[in-house]
Design a protein around this ligand. Structure first.
Ligand code: WQD
Length: 342
């Protein structure tokens, strides 16, 4: 299929491009580079047959979207473009509603104008909010506690209504757990623009000497070692879930959510120990209070994806940490963004 990948120069988008091309799909990227750099596509082209069409622009721009639809004529869209920092979403709620909700709306209107009827959406397990039970299955109540999570749920609801109003459309809603790791080449990986919000890139930057120590946000949770438990999933497994979702969208109509996780969960201290094993480095830590909005534990029931997408995660924890370390040590300053401060 011809697949438009919005936000394709991002961390998950770039890994997904490689998996799409490996399965023979033709790809095109639309990215505004607000959190990525064109260098990523240069490296993706070097790691593949090189055939990556790309447009620079914002997913909220109807004229740019029409230019892309006319120029590439996609059969399907994978929609990554969006903002994803939980804390920032509380500080800048209108920006998050604009990009994540209005951006998705603009994309759907452009897809309707161009007759494109399949969409894979980058959603998040944060739509569930505080767990009523664990592991989360797709029937778990959705009660997001952050603006970021609310924007993801609003976009999901919009997609559900879109497919109800137009019965020949399909929307696969992929609810990510915690993406980590990097491509085996170590040429692409996670490269947060500023101080990393997330655990794994922060640990990696400590290991490579860019950060002094990891701050552990609380050790008084009701978990085995008191630190937060999360369901970490290798980004290549996550990318492959998008390829499986594309095949599902080709065979099915309507909107359907799928958890994309491993079903295992690890604590902050587990992750630090695993990273020390992988890197041979000592990760200094300091204890602080809980981070606002954090919950004790998250864990996926990913059985629906296995049954209906024919997908399941295959990469183990040690590969998640080893591939992260290989990426970070090969690229201590991340991508060259032309930023002297970096
Ligand atoms: C993991 C654990 C922290 C940093 C968020 C979004 C989710 C997705 C992934 C977008 C928690 C602890 C972290 C640090 C720490 N984002 N931690 N010190 O919050 O589970 O998920 O990012 O798609 O939607 O909600 O991920 O990596 O920030 O935190 O102790 O410096 O690590 O308290 O227990 P989170 P995280």
């Amino acid at each position: 299929m011809r697949v438009l990948v919005t936000g394709g120069a991002g961390y998950i988008g770039s890994h997904t491009l490689l998996e799409l091309m490996a399965q023979g799909h033709e790809v095109c990227v639309l990215d505004n580079y607000s959190n990525a750099t064109p260098e990523v596509l240069t490296r993706v082209r070097a790691l593949s047959n090189g055939a990556v069409m790309d447009f620079t622009g914002d997913v909220r721009d109807p004229e740019k979207l029409d230019e892309v639809m006319q120029g590439f004529a996609p059969d399907a869209v994978i929609h990554f473009a969006g903002l994803k920092a939980v804390g920032e979403s509380t500080e800048k709620p209108l920006l998050y509603y604009d990009v994540n909700v209005a951006g998705t709306l603009a994309l759907l209107n452009a897809m309707d104008r161009a007759g494109v009827k399949k969409l894979i959406f980058s959603s998040s397990a944060t739509v569930y909010g505080d767990p009523v039970y664990l592991p989360y299955d797709e029937a778990h109540p959705t009660n997001p506690t952050s603006v970021y999570g609310q924007t993801k749920l609003m976009a999901e609801n919009m997609l559900t209504a879109w497919t109800s109003a137009q019965p020949d459309t399909s929307a696969v809603l992929l609810r990510y757990f915690n993406p980590v790791g990097a491509h085996a080449s170590s040429r692409i990986g996670e490269d947060p623009k500023d101080i990393p919000n997330n655990l794994m890139p922060f640990i990696a930057q400590v290991a490579v000497g860019k950060r002094e120590a990891l701050t552990v946000f609380g050790d008084d949770y009701d978990t085995p070692d008191g630190t937060g438990l999360r369901d970490y999933i290798h980004v290549v497994d996550l990318a492959r879930a998008h390829v499986a979702a594309l095949d599902y969208a080709d065979q099915n109509t309507g909107a359907r959510p799928f958890n994309v996780g491993t079903g295992d969960s690890y604590s902050v201290r587990d992750m630090v120990a695993a990273f020390e094993r992988a890197s041979g480095k000592t990760i200094p830590t300091k204890l602080a209070g809980r981070r606002a909005g954090d919950i004790a534990a998250m864990q996926a029931d990913a059985s629906r994806a296995k049954a209906e997408l024919g997908w399941e995660a295959t990469h183990a924890l040690d590969d998640m940490t080893a591939s992260t370390w290989a990426w970070q040590s090969a690229n201590p300053h991340g991508y060259d963004r032309g930023d002297p401060k970096k």
